[in-house]
Design a protein around this ligand. Structure first.
Ligand code: SAM
Length: 232
């Protein structure tokens, strides 16, 4: 009999507890849009990737712009065969490494300090929470392009283009935080052009604390779109 991959199903709450223990960066850099993915968004993204679409367990996973490593370490925790995280910021990668040691997953995750341009190779799954391009317009495009060169399937977060408030209200009225939406046309076209096919887009409410001087409120609530993209 062939080798059967058996993994116990991790409960979502257990995943959330695990991810909340991953230390965050103390001095995030605004020009790199270094905010850490909130636990609820990270766990939903990983959960959908692992258990709805079977893209984590036993897979080779890449986290582009890994920051302190929540997505890469989370993927390793759920049973990725191997995870790789890369970030241009050495302080973030050092913390990501320490986080993987603390999580006892050091042997499962490799860390690279560098620009995403430097990554070579083939991966089953790319997970990314790229800079949204608030500081540098279009910063997320380079991530999409690179991810589609490296991975068979890409899970990518992008700021929702429409007026967030309306969608936030609609989701809250339905007492949910997630909903399937159509991909915005401009991003869909961009993805098509780079040999990707948008499989599905989930809109989610994302809340991040006040971190940078250009954040005017204590907490910033907006809609983020999780794109699941297949390589054509
Ligand atoms: C929004 S943060 C996300 C961090 C982490 N993935 C998370 O979700 O918690 C974006 C990350 O991309 C990194 N980054 C920005 N441009 C980059 C580039 N060209 N190459 C590698 N990393 C980059 C930043 O340093 C930052 O850590």
């Amino acid at each position: 009999m062939g080798k059967v991959m058996q993994r116990r199903l991790v409960r979502k709450l257990e995943l959330e507890r695990f991810l909340s223990r991953i230390a965050l960066q103390q001095s995030p850099k605004p020009n790199l849009e270094q905010y850490t993915i909130p636990v609820d968004i990270a766990s939903t993204m990983l959960y959908i990737a692992a258990y709805t679409y079977g893209d984590i367990i036993g897979k080779k996973v890449l986290d582009l712009g890994c920051g302190t490593g929540r997505l890469a370490i989370g993927a390793a925790f759920l049973g990725a065969r191997q995870a790789v995280g890369i970030d241009i910021d050495a302080t973030a990668v050092k913390l990501a490494f320490e986080n993987s040691v603390k999580a006892e997953l050091k042997g499962k995750v490799q860390w690279i300090i560098g620009d995403i341009d430097a990554v070579q190779g083939k991966f089953d799954t790319v997970l990314q929470n790229p800079p949204f391009g608030v500081q540098k317009r279009g910063a997320d495009r380079k991530f999409i392009e690179k991810a589609l060169k490296l991975g068979k399937v890409v899970y990518s977060l992008h700021k929702h283009p429409e007026r967030d408030k309306n969608l936030i209200k609609k989701l809250k009225a339905k007492r949910t935080y997630i909903s399937l939406v159509n991909p915005p046309l401009f991003l869909k076209k961009y993805i098509d052009k780079h040999n990707g096919k948008v499989k599905v887009v989930y809109a989610m409410i994302m809340t991040i604390p006040h971190m940078f001087s250009f954040h005017s409120k204590k907490r910033h609530e907006f809609i983020v779109d999780l794109f699941i993209i297949e390589k054509r």
